[in-house]
Design a protein around this ligand. Structure first.
Ligand code: ADP
Ligand code: MG
Length: 261
């Protein structure tokens, strides 16, 4: 009996998604931007979110790490459960934020600090690492994104693609359980975007759990496991990426894909 129960538990742990959103609603005043989003992402999965401008993609990402508290609904991340309308403990909020790395369209690096310092700072302030530990970890990560030789440069001496790779290294430095990307290549020239996409593809291959808002349809099709299509604050369609991208079922998805291709 006991063994059986243990077996069942192990099975459930395996199947439990890393991230669950349950009926997440976000309103600004009377404007409903997200109308009840249900979402599950399993560890190691890469989810691409596509859809027209203004459909709520950025707001959804910002709700996942509570940069924007949802108006209602629940967010669960690896055992942390935050429910809108209920008092949120600072500990849970801090834990959630630590678990989520975020990369934006604009890189938001500190211009007056070296690349290395940009990657090390939060490790000292948030993760309590010593300067030496933080710098060592930063150098590993800068190597991983192909920028070890830029460690002592200032960000503005780096190309946009290099700056975005620094931002990725900075997010990875806090050992997040999931990485959220909000159109990370949309401010970059195409060839610089490619070097950022290559780093993201490696992360995906290494098993990082990722949610990527993107207008790069090839990334959605070739790198992500699942694609989620948003319009007007709802999920119009979601499924395995090849299916959604090549054989969409919903008229709104077809229309969107025609418009961007
Ligand atoms: P997307 O990323 O898909 O382009 P957004 O999530 O940025 O869409 O925005 C969705 C809608 O929410 C838009 O109509 C936008 O104007 C509105 N919105 C986003 N942020 C705010 C805010 N802080 N205050 C009011 N409205 C907002
Ligand atoms: Mg957006």
């Amino acid at each position: 009996m006991q063994a059986e129960a243990a077996g069942t538990d192990a099975g459930r742990a395996e199947a439990r998604p890393l991230i669950v959103l349950d009926k997440v609603v976000k309103r600004y005043g009377t404007h409903t931007v997200l109308s009840g989003i249900d979402l599950e992402v399993h560890a190691g999965n890469v989810m691409a979110i596509i859809g027209p401008s203004g459909s709520g993609k950025s707001t959804l990402l910002r709700c996942i790490n509570y940069l924007e508290p949802p108006s209602s609904g629940t967010i669960m991340l690896d055992g942390i459960r935050l429910e809108a309308g209920r008092a949120t403990s600072r500990k849970d909020l801090a834990l959630l934020r630590r678990s989520v790395g975020m990369v934006f369209q604009s890189f938001n690096l500190f211009p007056h600090m070296s690349v290395l310092r940009n990657v090390s700072l939060a490790q000292e302030r948030v993760a309590g690492r010593s300067r030496k530990e933080a710098d060592e970890r930063s150098m590993q990560l800068l190597s991983r994104v192909g920028l070890a030789d830029k460690a002592h440069q200032y960000p503005l001496r780096c190309s946009g693609g290099q700056q975005q790779r620094v931002a990725i290294a900075r997010a990875l430095a806090l050992d997040p359980k999931v990485m959220l990307f909000d159109e990370p290549t949309s401010s970059l020239d195409p060839e610089l975007g490619l070097e950022v996409l290559a780093v993201m593809r490696e992360l995906a291959d290494d098993g990082m759990t990722m949610i990527v808002v993107t207008h790069e349809m090839r990334f959605a099709e070739n790198v992500s496991d699942t694609v989620l299509v948003m319009a007007d604050g709802i999920i119009v369609e979601q499924g395995p990426s090849a299916e959604v991208m090549r054989n969409p079922r919903q008229e709104r998805t077809k229309r969107f894909l025609r418009a961007v291709n």
